[in-house]
Design a protein around this ligand. Structure first.
Ligand code: MLT
Length: 410
């Protein structure tokens, strides 16, 4: 008999978004004429930018000719993409990242789920709460937690509660941890860490010799030049932080799949003998063993997102989504909702009304307005009483959703 990984039994039966999908399908099956507007999972709706499409077409042509065909590429990513990342994402902001510190992948969800593998089973993990569920679930699967308690918290994890009082930006933990996951701009709350807050995190990590796993998948949505887009804009971060970046929300790649992780060589952990080991070497070993590189066609598309035309076109898409966010924020605030986020992120974090739990509010919104959002409790116990709306949709659907919500709850 094959023995299974018993830690999976600690997880809820489904991951958050498939569970929402299941509930929406059940609603639609019972209401076949309902025109449901989906502001749940943060999935882009604008088509790929023309510069990206053009580059991917050209790459397909190359792959179709003997002289330019390519098989396996470099596991860490093609030079043309790695150089574009180095220049545009880092050098342009005064940060020097070496080519071999960048690992191109097929998505930040995979990277954020996989990265825990290079740390000890006994590593103590801190997460913010509410939080992107992948950070928690991947550590549950790896056996770093006990069971979830009646409060929804897994024993063994350190929860850093984000709430209205701290602007959903909790402080570093008092207790000792090995690793903390941070996400800014934040999924799910849509709030963003200031430079001073990131400085505090970096100072804490250096003092405690902890590692920060910094998820910057939404950095493209930051419009205030004073806000850091990368943790490496904070001096000292290259000794204590890994950074995750994605083309999904930056360039509309949710269905194309391309991302990267930065693992500076100066970030170290300790082995059981106390010897310092570079996380870069561990991640390189893991990446080259378990991954054969993102496809050439996809990487050509990603590189085109950095061309002059690609940047202009993808920035226009981001501006479009952020105008959606502004309309949602203003329209729903005027209807009496209390709203956070949505200024430097495509997510709005809304306090539920009438004392509804977040799943009750999910049902009410679906029943009364045929609008789908994401219950805050799905992001952790501290998300209870909140609800997330995504700004990814057509302008017509956003306007219709605002009108329906106002009518149903106004
Ligand atoms: C979300 O809605 O939280 C994201 O789209 C999920 C993801 O990026 O995996």
């Amino acid at each position: 008999m094959a023995r299974i990984n018993e830690h999976y039994a600690k997880l809820p039966a489904s991951y958050l978004f498939p569970e929402i999908g299941r509930r929406v399908r059940a609603y639609q099956a019972a209401h076949s004429d309902a025109n449901v507007i989906r502001l749940g999972i943060g999935d882009v709706t604008e088509p790929l930018a023309p510069a990206i499409v053009e580059a991917m077409h050209a790459a397909v042509e190359e792959m179709g000719k003997r002289e330019t065909f390519r098989g396996y590429g470099p596991e860490q990513g093609y030079d043309f993409l790695v150089e574009a990342i180095r220049q545009h994402d880092y050098a342009a902001r005064g940060v020097d990242i070496a080519a071999d510190e960048i690992f191109v992948s097929d998505g930040s969800k995979c990277d954020s789920g996989n990265v825990q593998e290079i740390f000890a089973s006994a590593a103590r993990i801190a997460i913010t709460d509410p939080v992107y569920p992948v950070y928690v679930d991947s550590n549950v699967m790896a056996g770093r937690t006990g069971a979830a308690g009646s409060d929804g918290r897994y024993s063994g994890l350190v929860y850093l509660v984000g709430n209205e009082a701290n602007g959903f930006q909790p402080d570093p933990p008092a207790e000792t941890v090995d690793i903390v996951y941070l996400c800014s701009p934040n999924n799910p709350t849509g709030t963003v860490a200031t430079r001073a807050q990131l400085e505090r995190w970096v100072a804490w990590a250096r003092e405690k010799e902890a590692v920060i796993l910094f998820d910057a998948a939404y950095e493209g949505y930051i419009s205030d030049p004073a806000l850091p887009r990368s943790i490496y804009e904070i001096p000292g971060a290259k000794e204590c932080a890994l950074e995750l970046r994605s083309f999904s929300k930056r360039a509309g790649f949710t269905g194309v799949r391309c991302a990267f992780m930065v693992v500076p060589k100066a970030v170290t952990g300790v082995d059981p003998s106390g010897k310092r080991v570079s996380l870069n070497a561990l991640w390189a070993r893991r990446h080259t063993t378990k991954f054969n590189g993102a496809s050439y066609i996809v990487q050509r598309g990603a590189a085109a997102a950095y061309s002059t035309a690609g940047l202009a076109q993808t920035n226009a898409q981001i501006a479009f989504y952020m105008e959606n966010a502004r309309l949602l924020r203003e329209g729903l605030t005027a209807a009496g909702f209390t709203i956070y986020g949505g200024v430097h992120a495509p997510y709005l974090w809304i306090r539920t009304t009438g004392g509804a739990t977040s799943w009750q509010f999910f049902d009410q919104l679906l029943e009364k307005a045929q609008v789908v959002g994401t219950p805050g409790a799905g992001f952790g116990p501290a998300g209870e009483g909140y609800f997330r709306l995504s700004a990814f949709n057509s302008r017509a659907n956003i306007e219709e959703a605002i009108a329906r919500i106002r009518k149903a709850f106004g």
